[in-house]
Write a protein that binds this ligand. Structure first.
Ligand code: MG
Ligand code: MG
Length: 245
């Protein structure tokens, strides 16, 4: 069931979103060659707790960190580790928190030092496709309009759109209805209405869309890099509002 939020509830989610936005900016400054993803996870955890929030990922289904740290060919759900980042890598940092009972969920793909043009273009296109999706998040449209806009933007550029992982509704729970795929048919799916809050999150591969999962970690089948970009977005009377940006 899709849970429609009142303006007051969206206002609470706005505050959660702001804290998460700032947490990701805080992490961005700390992404550089030589830093371990475990260290980034500690930074995130401290930041979240210091701001009176709870890290929503930690312990979720047994997940061991407050961020997912997904380097290069890892699509999503990488565990933070002692491994140090290297120049030229890209790292997807996905983070979630709960403030006064309300969830926020967002991800960025950061560049580690100097990164080649091919990877930069993948990261840029993934972010752009999110905004193409958000343009379609308006009352009266259908969910498939969002999905299709993301898919078209990425496939036109020759990229693979991940099928095995999708976005989701969000609110009191991190994962609510409806699922929000990054692929699909325009004009199909649930009708979009004011009060919906969605985590829209394109996961885009440089090569094939196919992936492999080992229970947690999701990697590209061909070993080519993948990028991820996510925000929590509310549909209000004034249109789509990105709460984590
Ligand atoms: Mg996320
Ligand atoms: Mg999400």
């Amino acid at each position: 069931m899709i849970y429609i939020k009142s303006p007051t509830e969206i206002d609470c989610m706005r505050r959660s979103g702001e804290i998460l936005r700032d947490c990701l900016l805080f992490l961005e400054e700390r992404v550089k060659p030589g830093v371990s993803t475990k260290r980034l996870d500690e930074f995130a955890h401290d930041y979240i707790v210091r701001h009176g929030c709870k890290p929503s990922f930690l312990g979720y289904g047994g997940f061991p960190g407050s961020i997912c740290a997904s380097v290069d060919e890892v699509v999503v759900h990488g565990f933070p580790s002692e491994k140090r980042l290297e120049e030229g890598q890209i790292i997807g940092v996905d983070c979630g928190l709960i403030f006064k009972g309300w969830q926020a969920d967002a991800a960025r793909t950061f560049l580690v030092g100097e990164v080649g043009e091919e990877k930069k273009l993948l990261v840029d296109t993934t972010r752009e496709s999110f905004f193409k999706g958000v343009e379609q998040f308006k009352a009266g449209n259908r969910l498939g309009d969002i999905s299709n806009a993301i898919q078209r933007h990425c496939e036109q550029r020759g990229y693979g759109v991940v099928r095995s992982m999708v976005g989701h509704g969000i609110g009191r729970e991190m994962h609510e209805d409806p699922p929000v795929p990054n692929f699909g048919k325009a004009g199909h799916g649930p009708k979009l209405q004011v009060g919906m809050v969605l985590a829209i999150e394109p996961m885009i591969n440089m090569g094939t869309w196919q992936t492999l999962e080992d229970g947690w970690k999701c990697v590209t089948l061909d070993g080519k890099p993948s990028a991820h970009y996510e925000n929590t977005v509310a549909l209000t009377e004034n249109g789509a509002e990105i709460l984590t940006l």
